[in-house]
Design a protein around this ligand. Structure first.
Ligand code: PEP
Ligand code: MG
Length: 543
């Protein structure tokens, strides 16, 4: 047995088999292989997946931008099947006994230089196309490998680290737990694990990666942050016992379902849940959340290989609103950027992405993307009780611009005779110190504030939330952060707005009383924490 220790990000225990997460590195390595037939099969699968994706993109483009513009994707589909291109790849695999990724990359370079050197401009343009389809095939090798790993039983995903886009693309019904060698507890991957109610341990160190293999038995203790590889019988028994005790405790909390979130002296608060997608709604309903306080809509973008269409978004928002049957659903407009990178946004490399071009900054400078999302939201609003909120606000002028776009979208919908609700609440996230400090000016412009403590902490204390070395230094209860929340609460109430907290601090029960005393109206937490926070609230006496 080997034991590793990291940080637990969701308190639960999992016992199961390992599935090592495969990632396609950006630069393709040349690897010597023995079984060329197996390699060619991998190539076929990656090609098939690429063709499927291109067909989808073609269909979408045909609808949205017309046949002439969509044609390029038809050409790409034909290029994938081009005889010379395929012969070259297979020839490299067979004669050099190398991996298929490498063979595709070499073929891509050869063909691209050949096209680029031609006189005919039409053929010159094909150089970029051959690179594009080759990159698509190369990226799909990883997806195919991860598919192959997915055994029928649920598995413990082990990786060096997981990006949010990688985490969302895993089949959630097959994930028992996560273990990563690196990464930080405040990352979106950790947040996703919490939203999914699955045990996760982060930062167990690189040695772990040398020891693991697919199918190995592992115990993940999300409470202590311990991970046991090939556990001995004593450890297995002890962990089985701990697991049953935990489920007993969770059962006890279940008795709080249907009960009010009210303190001993009668103060009430709303407890809502955070979700990353439609898949999390089951957990929201199971844990009896009063609403959804944060739907991180950017995961719809991260799951997709191209901009999600208005229709795709509308379907997702409608489903969430209908499932919540009239309870409040707050959908945050997309917060892409920083650690949530999506290739097709072509954001370019930034020195300090957390301080860079992200969230509302992208939306306001690329209004076509923003308006597609807003149209989908307004259209879905008739199916429930919608609130829309905007991330990363730092100024009054941003809110003015947002409101002007909301008016434009409403005007367009009216001209198209499309219905939308007249009672949508509009809110902003308070997640920059600037927003908290000018909250007296922002409050009259909106219906509500929602404090994003994850970012508010990183920006106030100058502590990168992605950097695990800062976890012990960064004081999440720092007086500066609490004062900024208190100032925002005071200003919200003074101007008739309500205020919630949707960052991870909302689930920190050692602060529940502090938040109640500040007059916070709503706490939005991962679904698995709703009843824990309710329990805390019901034991507080503010009198
Ligand atoms: C936050 O910053 O607290 C927040 C809720 O948003 P995110 O974690 O998605 O940045
Ligand atoms: Mg944030």
């Amino acid at each position: 047995m080997d034991k590793f220790t990291g940080k637990g990000v969701y308190g639960a225990i999992a016992i199961g088999k390992i599935s090592v997460f495969n990632r396609q590195e950006a630069s393709v390595r040349r690897i010597h292989i023995k079984d060329t037939e197996a390699e060619i099969k991998r190539l076929e699968k990656a090609k098939a997946r690429s063709s499927e994706q291109l067909q989808q993109i073609y269909n979408k483009a045909l609808k949205e931008v017309g046949e002439t513009n969509a044609q390029i994707f038809e050409i790409h589909m034909m290029m994938i099947e081009d005889e010379d291109y395929n012969e070259s790849i297979i020839n490299i695999i067979e004669t050099q006994m190398v991996n298929a990724e490498y063979a595709v990359a070499v073929t891509s370079d050869n063909f691209a230089s050949m096209f680029a050197s031609m006189d005919d401009t039409y053929m010159q343009v094909r150089a970029a196309d051959v690179k594009d389809i080759s990159n698509r095939i190369i990226n799909n090798f990883a997806a195919v490998s991860n598919e192959n790993n997915s055994i029928d039983e649920k598995v413990v995903i082990c990786a060096d680290d997981l990006a949010p886009s990688e985490t969302v693309s895993l089949d959630k019904n097959k994930v028992l737990a996560f273990v990563t060698a690196n990464g930080s507890v405040n990352s979106h991957t950790a947040i996703l694990a919490r939203n999914m109610n699955i045990p996760a341990v982060i930062g167990v160190g690189d040695k772990f990666l040398e020891k693991i293999k697919d199918g190995q038995t592992v115990i993940v203790d999300g409470f202590s942050g311990e991970v046991f590889l090939d556990p001995d019988e004593d450890t297995l028994n002890a962990m089985n016992k701990k697991q049953s005790e935990d489920s007993e405790k969770k059962k006890l909390l279940m008795e709080l379902k249907g009960k009010e979130n009210v303190t001993l002296d009668g103060t009430k608060i709303e407890i809502y849940a955070n979700i990353g997608g439609v898949d999390n709604i089951g957990a929201v309903l199971f844990n009896d959340a009063g609403g959804i306080g944060l739907f991180r809509s950017e995961f719809l973008y991260l799951e997709n290989s191209d901009y999600p269409t208005e229709e795709q978004q509308f379907t997702a928002y409608k489903k969430v609103l209908e499932s919540m049957a009239g309870k409040k659903v707050i959908i945050r407009t997309m917060d892409i950027g920083a650690d949530k990178q999506v290739d097709y946004f072509n954001l370019g490399k930034e020195e300090n992405p957390a301080l860079g071009f992200r969230a509302i900054r992208i939306c306001l400078s690329r209004p076509e993307i923003f308006k597609t999302q807003m149209r989908a939201l307004y259209r879905a609003s008739v199916y429930g009780n919608l609130g829309i909120m905007f991330p990363m606000i730092t100024s009054v002028s941003e809110v003015e611009k947002i409101k002007a776009i909301c008016e434009e979208v409403k005007h367009e919908l009216r001209s198209d005779n499309i219905e939308y609700s007249s009672s949508i609440e509009i809110g902003i996230m308070i997640e920059t110190p600037a927003a908290a400090i000018i909250s007296d000016k922002l409050a009259p412009m909106v219906d509500f504030f929602s404090v994003g403590t994850n970012d508010l902490i990183q920006y106030t204390l100058a502590c990168d939330r992605q950097n695990p070395n800062l976890e012990n230094i960064c004081d999440t209860h720092h007086e500066a952060v609490l004062r900024l929340i208190a100032i925002s609460a005071e200003n919200a109430h003074r101007h008739g707005a309500w205020i919630g907290i949707c960052g991870e601090l909302a689930a920190d029960t050692s602060l529940t009383e502090t938040f109640l005393r500040m007059g916070i109206d709503e706490l939005s937490v991962s679904p698995g924490f709703v009843l824990k926070v309710r329990n805390e609230v019901r034991n507080i006496d503010l009198s």
